[in-house]
Each structure stands twice: as C-alpha cells, then as structure tokens.
Design a protein around this ligand. Structure first.
Ligand code: 3HC
Ligand code: NAI
Length: 699
C-alpha cells in the first residue's frame, strides 16, 4: 500500500503521508519518504518539496507496533538525515501533533509551517526510550538546550505558539496549511540550504552546573526510570559534540533504552490504556445517554472531589447533604481547592467564581429530579446506601443513571433495592477524587449496556482512566490491596521493622510503603473494617499489633501518631520505639521468634500476593484483561509504571516461576492464604503469559 503520494503544484512537489490513524512512521512511510527524496533530488521539474499529512494529524511518531520486530531499512535516522541533506528546500506542513519521529522528520526539513492548533513534542521518554532519529541533537540546536531538555524529559505537547517562540516553527498560518507551506517553499528556492543540524550551540553557557541542576530538578519524578538519565546524556552530547558524533552517541543510548525491560513495560502501558474502552457487548453503535447535569449525594472527602471533575468540564452539579453545615463545609473545601490552584497561577479569580457557579447545594432530594446522572458518596454502610437509593428511585427522572461510589459493597444488592436496576452501576473514584486519574466503572449484573457505554465515554470526558470491573468485594484495586497489606503486616510481626517493610517497597518503586500509606489513610479505617468482619475472616496474626495501636489512640497521621510518630506540622514518618515495643510483645505472644527479613523477600511476598489475587479476579471475569488490572494499579495505587503493572511484572518473571513461588509459600506459610489462582496454574502449566491470555481473549 502506498502511504506517501506526490502531487505537483507548479514546481513544488507535495508529499502527502496517509497512514491512518495517526500517520505513524511504519516501514512503508519511511520507505516512501526516502524513495521520493531520492527521486526528487534529481527531478529537474521540481524546485522544492512540502511534506504534509492526510487525516487528523501530522506524523505522530515511529510506529510503536513495529517495536520489538527486527528493524527494516530504511531506518528513520537515515531518512531524516537524507531529508536534511537535500539541496532543494523541504518544508513541513504541520497540523494536529508532530510527535517523536514526526517532529524529528519536521526538524530534518528546512522550514516548518503550522496551523495555530498544532502541537509538537518528543514524548519518547514515556515509552522508555529517547528520541532516536536526531531529536536530541537537533532540538537543542534550534530551541536551545534548556527548552530542549524540558521538552525531552517531560515529553509534553508544546503548543504551536510556544514552538514558534523557540524557533522550532517558522510560521503559523490561519489560511490553508498546504498552500502556506508551498508559498514558503517557493520563497526558499535558490537560497542556501537551512539545516537545523548545522546550527552551532554556545557550549560555554551549558556546562556541568547546568546539567547538574537539570538532574536535581527531575530526580524526584524520574526516580527508578532508566530513560531520563540517557536523555540528559544525549543533550550533553549535543552541547559538546559535532552533529555526527552526537547522533552516534544518541544511537548508542537509544539502543540501551530500547533493550531495557522498562521500554517494554512502558509500551505495554501505552497500549493497555488504549484497550480499556474495548468492552464486551459495547460497540460504537451502542446508544449513549446525554449527561448534561449531575447530582452528588454526600459532600464529604469524596463527594466534593467527584463533583469538581464535572464542574471542571462545564457540567453543572447539584450536591445533596443531610445538614446545611455539612453542605457548607463540603462546598468550602471545593472552593479552597480551586483557590489553591489560583494561588499557583493555574486559575484566575474569575475562573474560580465561574467554576463555583457550576455548583448548587441542596438538602432536598426533589432538587435532583432533573439530573441525568446521580452519584452517591455517603457513609460506607449498606443500610444507608439502600435508604439513599430508595430515595433516588423515587425522585430521579426516567433514564437517569444512578451510581454508587462504594469501595467494597455489593452493587447488585444496592441496585436491587430500586425498581430500575438496569440504570444502576458503581463509579468508584479514588481519593483525592479531583486529582487521581483512575475510575473503576463497576458493571453490575443488570447494568444496561447503554448505561455502561455512557459511563465509559464520560470517564474520558472528565479526563479519567475508566476501567470496567465486575462486582466483588473491593472490585479490582481494593480487592488486590488486601492480600498485599496482609503480607506486609505479617512481615512486621515475623521480624521486619515497619520502616524496613516501607523501604523495601519504596525501593521497588512504590510511591510509599504500606505502613506510611496506612498512617495517611487512617489506621482506624482498617480497624473498623476488621471489627465488622469477625476474627475468623481475616489473618489476626497480621493485624493484632495494628489494632493495639489504634486502641491506644494511634489512628495515624491525622492525630500525629500511628504506626509512626510525626512531629507537629510535619508529615515525615519517624520510627517510634513505643510501636516497636508493641510489635515485639505481640510477636512474643504468638510464640514467633523475630528474625530479620531481607528486603527482596518482603517485596516478593507482597508482589506474589498481588499477582495471585489479580489472577483470581481475571479468572472470575471481574476484569476483562490482565492489562486492565495493570492500568488500575498504575493509575490508582502508584505501582511503578516502568514495571508495567503487577500482571506485566508477573510476565517478566514468568508465570511458571510465579506459580512455583506461590506453591513454595503455601508450603512455608500454610495453605490458608496461599491458594494459587486456578487461571495462574492453568497458564503456568501451558507455558503462557497474561499477555497471551489477553491476546487469546481479545475478541
Ligand atoms: N504507533 C502506532 N500506533 C499508534 C501510535 C504510534 N506512534 N500513536 C497512536 N497509535 C494508535 C493508538 O494505539 C490507537 O490505536 P487503536 O485505535 O487501535 O487503539 C490510535 O492510534 C489512536 O490513538 P489514540 O487513541 O491515542 O488517539 P488520540 O487522538 O487520543 O491521540 C496521539 C493521538 C496524541 C497521537 C496519541 O496517540 C499519542 O500520543 N501517540 C503516541 C505518540 C508517541 O509516543 N510518539 C513517539 C513514538 S516513539 C518514536 O517516535 C521514536 C523515534 O524517536 C525514533
Ligand atoms: P465521608 O464521611 O467523608 O463523607 C460522607 C458524607 O456523606 C458526609 O458528609 C455525610 O454527611 C454525608 N451523608 C451521610 N449520609 C447521608 C445521606 N443519607 N444523605 C446525604 N448525605 C449523607 O466519606 P467519604 O470518605 O467521602 O466516603 C464516601 C463513600 O466513598 C464511601 O462509600 C466510601 O467507601 C467511598 N470511597 C471513599 C474513599 C476515600 O478514600 N475516602 C475512596 C473511594 C471511595
């Protein structure tokens, strides 16, 4: 199939790349561009060339689907060098996004014309690699090392206006893009070639201190990532070496990144996040319901944050509370959140008022009768939820979607209290709900397809990553968190200090360890949950020491002491000898001889627990894909993206090894908590991976 075609406009050849959906640089595009350049170089009827794209965007980068396959000539760096070396002027006509290899092609061109809405960027770092077709060498030359390093390390999409100020774009047109590019090309005929790679950088201004500053400024957000350091080294090369040497260095570092397992993990996440909206029974043709107005019940920790998501995209919200005081408090928290954004310069005072204008508070259910979607976020007890849904059934208009933000409760049971269970589902937001990207969309037994489809689309509208889960205790995320927490807590009673458990998991890449997380969320939450469960239903050995802390008033960060102690006004956890004394007493009571536990053993137990529960969830059909579970864990629980989520991580270990390890734990710790998931056993025995499972079940 021809993906690069030529049309003549006077003496200007316009090459149009047409490779849907995003004009990625698949082999046919590279080949087409290269052979056209070769032919046009010696074509006397052509004075200049324009590279433009059909469809929604300029070239969005290398074809990620080709990664991993043996590379085929012509390679992209050679194509870009070939374009830059042309004696005839070459002009890029940019609309949509010129990303990665797309921007590198544009930088190989001698001029760049764009429309106002265009964006450019080098997002390779998000895929665990670096711009490998000259981007790390040409962008610093044209935009300056500081702008280049910002773009390369953040991977952000830079708006045309900003790119114009950097010199990356020469002209923004509000007329016809290709015509403007042709005019630029015609004007350039006969002038000396204008090659980005020939621009000199003033290396003096960008010495070791500059790069030390860069490293320091990104240290926190790039902790554990392989590619960012290599990106910095490439820009160092751009500053200190001639182009040809810099390109060689870029190639070497690119190969290092491409071979690192993080690249595979991050590319897995790229596709995983694009799979989530593929849901059995839902198609483009499935009807959607209009969501123009939303109701929220409860203005507590969750309700206000949930409401903000809708107000932020211009959907008005009515919030209902039981008492005026609670309502005022809730709306005040929302206002303070917006004012904090304003203080950081992200919103103007006028915008804050505009956003607050989207909120209406009420104490009466009748005010919800015009809402298209109503989300309940009241206390986590079935009795109260049922009362709320009975009221909703009474007042909501026909066709309104009724959702619960419950963390654990049975959504089928909640739905059954209404006369319209087909309109009911779970919408489980994560705290803080205005910030966290994950949304679990809980498909109950009777949830209608159009209700589900509407909520999947709505997740995108409110800029969430919406993953569909089935009804089970804790759905995908919280259900998996439970055995993970249990193993962490058992490690403490068996001999590890809380800070050792936290350090082990932090060093694995989690944003914080489970003990710190407990303190932040409130140690009393788990305590209350266990009180309701009955001792026979959980591992008492793991939690008795925690419960003693809660009973002594150590409820966590909010009271200044929990598993750790905290100095006044400081959130830094500090180990507390009083806590160690309780732990040691409890170990002794259980007849446990405390022994140090190596960090890798702690990580292994916690990870195996997570993976095994994930496999159970998948086997029971409570998640549609293993990759959906990865999306949940990365976006909702801070699992290191560079490990690709727990299920991808399991694949990197090999499911045979995972299964063997779980059997070993069964032998060592007993069968009560270490029952391998049937699906895990089946895949391990068949020599398959979770990725195989996803592929085979994709249809
Ligand atoms: N290669 C292959 N497929 C790609 C792709 C790429 N670079 N970029 C997007 N796609 C596919 C997606 O998988 C999706 O496929 P699907 O419909 O089958 O699920 C389809 O294109 C549409 O993508 P989105 O749903 O993401 O569409 P949006 O309109 O929301 O976003 C986009 C468009 C901004 C271009 C976004 O897709 C994107 O950010 N793409 C990745 C860009 C990128 O990372 N480029 C760098 C690639 S690496 C590189 O260039 C290396 C070089 O330096 C050597
Ligand atoms: P919260 O206690 O902070 O807020 C609950 C609010 O609901 C209170 O303001 C209360 O006045 C109000 N309320 C209680 N009964 C009501 C009724 N009958 N009608 C109207 N309002 C009523 O609780 P939070 O943390 O916001 O939790 C709410 C729900 O969200 C629970 O189901 C919880 O499991 C879930 N959830 C909580 C998360 C968290 O991190 N806090 C995370 C995800 C879900």
């Amino acid at each position: 199939m021809t993906t690069v075609s030529k049309t003549m406009h006077g003496r200007v050849a316009v090459l149009t790349v047409d490779n849907p959906p995003v004009n990625a640089l698949s082999h046919s595009v590279r080949d087409g561009l290269s052979s056209q350049m070769t032919a046009l170089a010696s074509d006397d009827s052509v004075d200049a060339i324009v590279i433009a794209c059909a469809g929604r965007t300029f070239i969005a980068g290398a074809d990620i689907r080709e990664f991993g396959a043996p590379p085929k000539e012509p390679h992209l760096p050679d194509v870009v060098n070939q374009i830059e070396a042309m004696e005839k002027p070459v002009v890029a006509a940019i609309h949509g996004t010129a990303l990665g290899g797309g921007l590198e092609v544009a930088l190989g061109c001698h001029y760049r014309v764009a429309v106002e809405s265009a964006k450019v960027g080098l997002p390779e770092v998000h895929l665990g690699i670096l711009p490998g077709a000259g981007g790390t060498q040409r962008l610093p030359r044209i935009a300056g090392p500081a702008n280049a390093i910002d773009a390369i390390l953040s991977g952000r999409h830079v708006k045309a206006r900003e790119a114009l100020s950097w010199g990356v774009i020469d002209e923004i047109t509000d007329g016809d893009l290709v015509e403007a590019a042709i005019a630029t090309a015609e004007k350039a005929v006969g002038k000396a070639p204008r090659r980005t790679g020939e621009i000199e950088i003033d290396g003096e201004a960008f010495g070791p201190e500059f790069f030390a500053g860069v490293r320091k400024s990104v240290a926190k957000q790039t902790r554990g990532y392989f590619a960012p350091e290599r990106c910095i080294q490439c820009v160092e090369a751009a500053v200190s070496m001639p182009l040809a040497e810099g390109l060689k260095r870029e190639r070497e570092l690119f190969q290092e990144c491409a071979k690192n397992p993080q690249a595979k993990a991050l590319q897995h996440m790229f596709f995983a996040e694009r799979q989530i909206s593929r849901i059995p029974g839902i198609t483009k043709e499935t009807p959607r319901r209009d969501i123009k107005k939303v109701g929220i019940i409860g203005a507590g920790t969750m309700g206000g944050g949930i409401a903000m998501n809708f107000a932020n995209v211009g959907i008005p919200v009515t919030i209902l509370e039981v008492q005026q005081e609670a309502l005022d408090r809730g709306l005040d928290v929302v206002r303070k959140n917006y004012e904090r954004s304003a203080a950081k310069g992200k919103l103007t005072a006028e915008q804050v008022e505009g956003l607050m204008g989207q909120f209406t508070g009420t104490l009466s259910y009748d005010d919800l009768s015009d809402c298209d979607l109503i989300i309940e976020a009241v206390f986590e007890t079935m009795e109260i939820k049922k009362k709320v849904f009975t009221e909703l059934d009474r007042v909501a208009k026909p066709g309104a979607i009724l959702a619960s933000n419950t963390s654990y409760l049975d959504v089928d049971e909640i739905a059954a209290i209404t006369k319209r269970p087909e309109d009911v589902l779970g919408l489980h937001f994560f705290s803080p709900a205005n910030v966290m990207r994950l949304l679990e969309i809980v498909r109950a037994e009777k949830t209608a397809d159009d209700v589900l489809a509407t909520c999947v689309d709505l997740a995108k509208t409110i800029r969430k990553v919406g993953v569909v889960a089935g009804v089970c205790h804790g759905f995908i995320g919280n259900r998996m968190l439970s055995p993970y927490g249990r193993e962490a807590s058992l490690a403490v009673i068996e001999g590890a200090k809380p800070e050792e458990v936290d350090a082990a998991l932090y060093n694995f890449g989690m944003p914080m360890g489970p003990m710190t997380m407990s303190d932040m969320a409130g140690v009393d939450i788990g305590y209350l949950n266990r009180q309701g469960m009955g001792r026979e239903n959980y591992e008492t050995k793991a939690y008795d020491w925690v419960d003693r802390l809660v009973e002594a008033g150590r409820k966590g960060l909010k009271v200044g002491k929990g598993i750790y102690k905290y100095a006044e006004g400081d959130r830094t956890p500090q180990p507390d000898p009083e806590v160690m004394a309780v732990i040691e007493e409890e170990s002794a009571k259980l007849g446990i001889e405390r022994k140090p536990i190596p960090a890798e053993d702690i990580v292994e137990r916690c990870m195996m627990a997570l993976i095994n529960e994930g496999a159970k969830i998948l086997g029971e059909g409570k998640a549609y894909r293993a990759s959906d579970i990865d999306v949940v864990y990365v976006n909702g629980y801070g699992y290191p993206r560079y490990r690709g989520g727990p299920m991808h991580y399991a694949d990197t270990i090999g499911l045979k090894n995972v299964y063997a390890k779980i059997m070993e734990f069964q032998e060592k710790f007993g069968p009560r908590w270490w029952q391998p998931a049937p699906l895990l056993k089946e895949l391990a025995e068949a020599g398959k991976s979770f990725a195989d499972y996803d592929r085979e079940n994709a249809g």
